[in-house]
Each structure stands twice: as structure tokens, then as C-alpha cells.
Design a protein around this ligand. Structure first.
Ligand SMILES: C[S@@+](CC[C@H](N)C(=O)[O-])C[C@H]1O[C@@H](n2cnc3c(N)ncnc32)[C@H](O)[C@@H]1O
Ligand code: SF4
Length: 422
């Protein structure tokens, strides 16, 4: 593919927090209305299987300077209490579903001590029926990932580790507020291999304030040399209520401009592709056959089940979120009001547009005839093609019958197409 570089927006990049991806539940339609008027699921035994599960672990050893995810440092007692809530939350669904993918994310799941990791893999995830070939991913930070933990995870059925390395430059790691060293990241990776993990992802971040191209090349080449099966390369976003946003408010943070970030995106795509990593999604690169099954479900807008603080489930075309405050989450779990949670219903046309946007992020694009929530009506098709076809004329989308993909130029300018879809 030939790319144009300048005057382009960098692509937005991350899988939304509190999600994983999945493939769920016809049975969630089976509801009654409680005396209080809340919508409560009474029978989850008719869920459509298989289902993907996201499990949120909201603890980190220290907050990084750029991150606004739902996570913070926690004491051992807080972790013990949380695992109890999670075990109860999981028990609501364990008899009803069979899993074909699991994503244990955060926060930093590897920050849990070994006894709680054991509970997590044996009682929370292990309490579900899981297909033998299911992908079970576990997010880890280098500072807390040890050989002992790797072995517990492997024995518990986890078969994919996702490391948050971010950079291999010691000075940058400090600037980003990370607490691991590049040497520790290599050791953690080696522990995972020693324990038998054959599917490893490394997360990197680029385009943050002051990020030098030469340093990014080095982080990528160091990472490629380690030969993980998968690399996620996220373009920096200045998030509110982070240390970086506080610095920006005082004028002491100089962000890279969008052209510079777009140049780094092009460099990333070319470098990783030349090294044998297929760019199957805007921020995700994999050796053939190692695409993240769980996240692909998310990008395909399939339904999913989420458990834990702030975890989102996408069911019957609407999203339901568990509370984001621990006190409120505890109340929800103790009251056993399974789905009486914050609901974000989507109009059908919004849902279709969102499906298209998520599909376009992937290399295979989206087909109006076969995407989630199809078949679509003639009116809906007209509405959607009215939005999409002008981008074909502008060279950002390619159309093949009812199927659309981003062109090489469209990948760089994807935000422009996406703003038309929100
Ligand atoms: C929220 S973290 C959770 C996993 C793990 N704790 C870690 O630090 O990698 C998942 C990924 O989100 C990415 N991320 C978080 N905040 C970001 C931001 N402001 N801009 C771009 N990527 C971000 C990081 O690259 C990180 O690896
Ligand atoms: S990037 Fe990871 S370790 Fe850092 S604060 Fe966010 S979730 Fe925690």
C-alpha cells in the first residue's frame, strides 16, 4: 500500500474501557419488571452460546501519567473484598453460558497477589464452562509479573498474556509514569515463555509529548526482536483528569501535532508490517493466526458480558454498565439486581452506524448485508450509503457491492470518516 503522510489526523485507537468483546445473549430478552420498576433479568439459561467474557480488575500499583482508565492503587484487603464481589457477580452467569473467549483486563490484573490470582482463575473464570480452544487473555504489567504467577495462570487455563511495556526507552518510561524498567520487561516476557505461553502481546504507546521518531523506531525494533505474536501500538490521547492533562492546563506540556502523530502512525504500520505483523486493526498487529479473538468480537459489534467494577455488557443492542464507584458496585452485587444498571439504549440507526465504524477499524471492513444487526431496511441502506458513498468518491473508502473498507489513505484519515458516523 502506498500512503500519503501529511495533513492527516492520527487514528483514534483504543478498545473502550470496561469492554472485552463477545458474542452473547438472546436470553437477556427474558426479563420482567420489578416492583420498583427496574428491569431485571430472571432467566439467563437461554443465553445464546458461545459467549465472550470481560473481567475488570481495577487495581494498579501506581497511576500512569497518561491513563484515565478505571483503576487505582489498592490495599491487599481491598483486593480480597473485590475478589469476593467478583466471585458473586460471576456466579450469576456461570451456569448459563459457555465461553469461547475471556479477557481479564484492567487496571493491572497481574498486580493481584498469587492467592487472589488463584481465586480469579479457579473460581471466577474457572467457574464457567469454557470451550477447550477458547482464547483466555490476561493483562499484565512487567513490574508485577513473575514466573510463579505465570505458572499459576498457565495452569489455570490462561493462554494469552498481554504486557503493557509502552516503550523500551528508560527515560520515556519515567516520563510516562511507568514503574518498570526495560530490563524487567524483558525478564517478565521470558517468564511468560518459560511458563509455556505461546501467544503474547506487547502494548506500546507512541506520539506522546516529546516523543522522538528515533526513540519510537528503537522501541519498535527492541519489541520486534523479542518476537511476540501480537503488538498493540496505541497513538497517545491526552485524556482529562490525568497528570498530563494537568500539565497541559498549566501550559507546560507540548503535545505533538496531528501531522507528527500521523507520520508516526505510518512509520508504525510500515515497520511492523515489514517485520511480519499484519495490521488487522488500526492499532493492532499480529502474526497470521494470532489476531485477538476477543477484541475482534468487540470490533464486530457482537454482544458481550462484562463483570466487575464499571464493566460493560452489550446486550440486545444496548449497553449496561456496572457502577463505577466501588461502594455502589458493592450495593449492586449485594442486592442481586442483575441488569438493573445504567443502560444506554441506542436507536437502531445509531447502532448500525456504530457497527460500521467499528467494522471499518478492521482490515476486513464491513459488509452492510452481513454485519451485526442486519438485515437492514431499504430506508436504512439509503441512509447509510448516503453517508458512506461520498467517502468512496473522496478516496477514503473502497466499495465492493455492499462491502466497505478504508483505503490506505482512509486509514490515516479514519477520524474524518468516523465523525460522520457518530
Ligand atoms: C489501560 S492499560 C491496561 C493494561 C496495563 N495496566 C498497562 O498498563 O498496559 C491498556 C493500554 O491502554 C493504553 N493507554 C492507556 N491510556 C492511554 C492514552 N491516554 N493514550 C493512548 N493509549 C493509552 C496503554 O498503552 C495500555 O497499554
Ligand atoms: S496504563 Fe495500565 S498501569 Fe498505568 S494506570 Fe493505566 S491501567 Fe494502570
Amino acid at each position: 500500500m502506498a500512503f500519503v503522510t501529511s495533513t492527516l489526523n492520527p487514528p483514534s485507537n483504543r478498545v473502550p474501557e470496561g469492554t472485552g468483546g463477545s458474542n452473547a445473549p438472546e436470553g437477556f430478552a427474558d426479563r420482567r419488571t420489578s416492583a420498583a420498576g427496574d428491569d431485571v433479568t430472571t432467566n439467563s439459561s437461554s443465553l445464546r452460546n458461545p459467549v465472550g467474557l470481560y473481567v475488570h480488575i481495577p487495581f494498579c500499583e501506581k497511576k500512569c501519567h497518561y491513563c484515565d482508565f478505571l483503576s487505582k492503587p489498592g490495599s491487599n484487603q481491598q483486593m480480597v473484598d473485590y475478589l469476593e464481589l467478583l466471585t458473586k457477580h460471576a456466579s450469576w452467569h456461570q451456569k448459563a453460558v459457555t465461553l469461547d473467549s475471556v479477557f481479564i483486563g484492567g487496571g493491572t490484573p497481574s498486580a493481584l497477589p498469587v492467592d487472589l490470582l488463584q481465586i480469579l482463575v479457579e473460581k471466577v473464570v474457572g467457574g464457567f464452562e469454557i470451550y477447550p480452544e477458547a482464547e483466555i487473555s490476561f493483562e499484565s504489567n512487567p513490574e508485577s509479573f513473575t514466573l510463579e504467577k505465570a505458572r499459576i495462570l498457565r495452569a489455570g487455563g490462561v493462554n494469552r498474556i498481554s504486557f503493557g511495556n509502552q516503550s523500551t526507552n528508560p527515560e520515556e518510561l519515567k516520563r510516562l509514569g511507568r514503574i518498570h524498567t526495560r530490563e524487567r520487561a524483558t525478564e517478565a516476557f521470558d517468564c511468560a515463555r518459560t511458563a509455556g505461553f505461546e501467544n503474547i502481546n506487547i502494548d506500546l504507546i507512541y506520539g506522546f509529548p516529546g516523543h522522538e521518531t528515533s526513540s519510537w523506531k528503537r522501541s519498535m525494533s527492541d519489541t520486534i526482536r523479542q518476537n511476540p505474536e501480537h503488538i498493540s501500538a496505541y497513538c497517545f490521547i491526552l485524556e482529562d483528569e490525568t497528570h498530563f492533562s494537568n500539565l497541559a492546563a498549566t501550559g507546560s506540556l507540548k503535545e505533538l501535532d496531528e501531522d507528527d502523530q500521523a507520520d508516526l502512525f505510518e512509520l508504525t504500520m510500515n515497520t511492523l508490517r515489514d517485520a511480519g505483523y499484519d495490521p488487522y486493526e488500526i492499532s493492532n498487529y499480529a502474526h497470521p493466526g494470532f489476531e485477538c479473538v476477543h477484541n475482534l468480537k468487540y470490533w464486530r459489534q457482537q454482544e458481550y458480558l462484562g463483570i466487575g467494577l464499571g464493566a460493560v455488557s452489550f446486550i440486545d443492542g444496548s449497553r449496561r454498565s456496572a457502577a463505577r464507584s466501588l461502594e455502589e458496585y458493592r450495593r449492586q452485587i449485594h442486592r442481586e439486581r442483575h441488569w438493573a444498571w445504567v443502560e444506554e439504549p441506542l436507536e437502531r440507526i445509531e447502532r448500525l452506524k456504530e457497527t460500521i465504524m467499528m467494522g471499518l477499524r478492521t482490515q476486513s471492513g464491513v459488509d452492510l448485508d452481513t454485519m451485526a444487526f442486519s438485515p437492514i431496511s431499504i430506508t436504512e441502506r439509503d441512509q447509510l450509503t448516503d453517508i458512506l458513498d461520498p467517502w468512496v468518491d473522496k478516496g477514503l473508502l473502497e466499495r465492493n457491492g455492499s462491502a466497505y473498507t478504508l483505503t490506505a489513505r482512509g486509514v490515516f484519515l479514519s477520524n474524518e470518516v468516523f465523525t460522520d458516523l457518530v
